[in-house]
Design a protein around this ligand. Sequence first.
Ligand code: NAI
Ligand code: MG
Length: 350
Amino acid sequence: TAHSIAVIAGDGIGKEVVPAAIECLERIAELHSLDLEFTYFDWGSDYYLRHGRMMPVDGLEQLARHDAIFLGAVGSPEVPDTESLWGLLIPIRREFQQYINLRPVKTLDGVRSPLASKEPIDILIVRENNEGEYSEVGGRAYRGQPHETAVQETIFTRQGVSRAAHFAAALASSRRGLLTSATKSNGIIHTMPFWDEVVEVTVRLYPDVTLVSELVDALAAHLVLKPWTLDVIVASNLLGDILSDLGSSVTGSIGLAPSANLNPDGDFPSLFEPVHGSAPDIAGKGLANPVGQIWSGAMMLQHLGHPEAAEHLQLAFESALREGLGTRDVGGPSSTAEFTAAVLAAIDVY
Ligand code: NAI
Ligand code: MG
């Protein structure tokens, strides 16, 4: 069966790592006789500078016709981040009810970084992706005056928290059975105790899963000091975002980390993107690490029902890294193009 995939390279290094990953996906598709049809959309900050918006008015309708969305990153120094994020990524996540943001944090051989942990790490971070701290409720008053005030509300719903907790608990049950919930109920006294309560009653339905609730400040330290003792982490939208950037750095580089924005019910397309942003500081220089994007491609193949093709792609980029052919951020000698060529060669070997 054919899969139609909407591709949005977006801004900055998105324009470098997306073509790299597409090359790998096309080679894998050829070898596994998969019919992947890529449709390219030039949406993002350049589009914004021409049209005053990040995507066309009917952008979501166009995307809805595809089986999956493959995104690089959006964000540019010339466009306010609130426009780039709320004009494209967040509407996609919400309209398509991608309420799970799944972010694997795993050590890979061949990554040399002062940050990288010596013990093997294998963590899945489940970030609630549709509500929480990322809300439009709030406002500002008394602009420019000494008593100027800003208010931002966090929204947790029983349905929203419990479906994230269900997803995380089911994952933990299929792995080492340990679920850590990120909280801050000592300081945030309304929403976080509610989060704790809903997570607790939900996880009770999984007798083989041990739930540990950890204050997020302590959990951040835990992620740095003993990350190998963690299995699955469930966290709210903001806390999950922060913990996953931290987690990926502990494995060596944010350039390695993939993510899947999932609509587990299958009513809408899911979106696959690296955890990193558009990295304007290194854009256009051939320095970007394409692993996060390629790995996101493997997660997309898995989601589309092709576990063997996903595994093949995974083995290939892991072997290119193991041979020491990584990009500069992981201590290797390669440019984006050289590393991609190494992955393509490894695909042919496996
Ligand atoms: P960033 O992730 O783009 O960069 C942070 C640091 O990591 C930079 O020093 C960068 O050079 C490095 N880095 C990131 N990806 C890398 C890769 N693949 N290989 C090697 N090094 C890499 O985060 P930053 O600088 O906070 O944000 C830049 C822009 O990206 C902003 O406009 C932000 O809003 C946007 N952004 C977009 C996201 C998305 O589209 N999902 C996610 C995060 C940020
Ligand atoms: Mg982030």
